[in-house]
Design a protein around this ligand. Structure first.
Ligand code: DP6
Length: 334
């Protein structure tokens, strides 16, 4: 099944755009940080992963999107108050995603989307972006789909977007079906007040190799990648234990090792994929030294140079004294 067929099976009718399209309010979806990473696809068209993953959503940091049907031949796409030319990668990616709902009908939309996180800086704005757009289209086309279906649809925009449909801890079941009907996220019923995530912005520029191309390169060229699914599955079990027992050391150490394992597969790809910059490594070394001195501080990293720190709110002052520019999010409040 291709993407169009998968979506057609979820829509009430093929001409839903002609019948039901209406303007919406803003819909919000949070950004998410994976503590067990999604890296590698078994189906690149449907964004079906080779391994399961687990994330925590970033509360108020994310994307707000509203859509509105318009007359005209092309979508009118706005990002952070700026009109995007239709030939930009950003506009094309969104329009191609909306095509799945259009199913060949010529209805165009105005899409107004705003991020309060840097776009394409490794802070997962595509995840919250596609999740917010999915929620807005569900409203615009009066689809009334359940969360699992919305998660599946968001996955077709960007894999990690399937986790941004939910807040808190979220697990993405990789699924095994060819049409991806069992590959969607679901929320984990656990709170962790006082869990803190700190964002270190090493570089806010657009990354050189996006996740999609990066993972394709790794799967094709890296022999170490063979062991990645085993690493991810082992880490997933440990993360569930950590969350159940509120064992921060286990959560932090598992997340950090998981991220470094993913980066090991990236580095061992050909041509090599090194997302780190000198400041990324300097921050890691600082974290390891602080941990030696007894501070419970861990990090994770995605396909970019920025670090996301994991610590407990009780250590906020100590962490801030070493990383004064840190932006701190408490996904579950204090
Ligand atoms: C390293 O979801 O951006 O952030 O499915 O190709 O859109 P596509 O990839 P994307 O990949 C995210 C990769 C990651 C790890 C993660 O968030 O799990």
């Amino acid at each position: 099944m291709n993407r169009f067929e998968v979506v057609a099976a979820m829509l009430p009718s093929a001409d839903v755009c002609a019948q039901a399209a209406r303007a919406t309010e803003e819909h919000f979806a949070p950004s998410n940080i994976a503590v067990c990473k999604y890296w590698g696809k078994r189906d690149a068209e449907l964004n079906l992963p080779i391994n399961p993953s687990l994330s925590v959503s970033l509360d108020h940091l994310g994307t707000r999107t509203r859509v509105e049907p318009i007359d005209g031949p092309v979508d009118d796409i706005w990002l952070n108050g700026l009109q995007m030319r239709p030939d930009t990668m950003f506009a094309q990616r969104l329009s191609r995603y909306i095509d799945l709902y259009r199913q060949g009908h010529p209805q165009a939309f105005r899409v107004e989307t705003r991020n309060n996180i840097p776009t394409a800086a490794g802070l997962a704005s595509s995840a919250s972006g596609f999740a917010a757009l999915t929620l807005a289209l569900n409203d615009a086309l009066q689809l009334e789909l359940e969360a699992a279906a919305l998660s599946m649809l968001a996955r077709l925009g960007s894999g990690s977007a399937c986790r941004s449909i939910y807040s808190g801890f979220v697990e993405w079941h990789m699924g095994h079906r060819e049409d991806g009907a069992d590959s969607h996220a679901h929320p984990i019923e656990a709170q962790w007040p006082g869990l803190a995530i700190g964002l270190i912005k090493v570089d806010e520029g657009v990354k050189s190799v996006d996740s999609r191309s990066g993972m394709a390169r790794t799967v094709e060229s890296c022999h170490l990648y063979q062991s990645w699914p085993l690493q991810a599955n082992t880490d997933l079990v440990k993360l569930h234990q950590a969350i159940d027992a509120q064992d921060f050391k286990l959560l932090g150490s598992t997340a950090e090792q998981n991220a470094l394992s993913m980066h090991a597969t990236m580095i061992a790809s050909w041509p090599p994929l090194v997302y780190w910059q000198p400041d990324s490594l300097a921050a890691m070394q600082k974290i390891w030294a602080l941990r030696q001195q007894g501070l419970e501080l861990y990090f994770t990293m995605d396909a970019g140079p920025n670090l996301k720190l994991l610590f407990l709110e009780q250590d906020r002052e100590a962490v801030l004294s070493h990383f004064p520019d840190l932006e701190i999010v408490l996904p579950f409040g204090s």
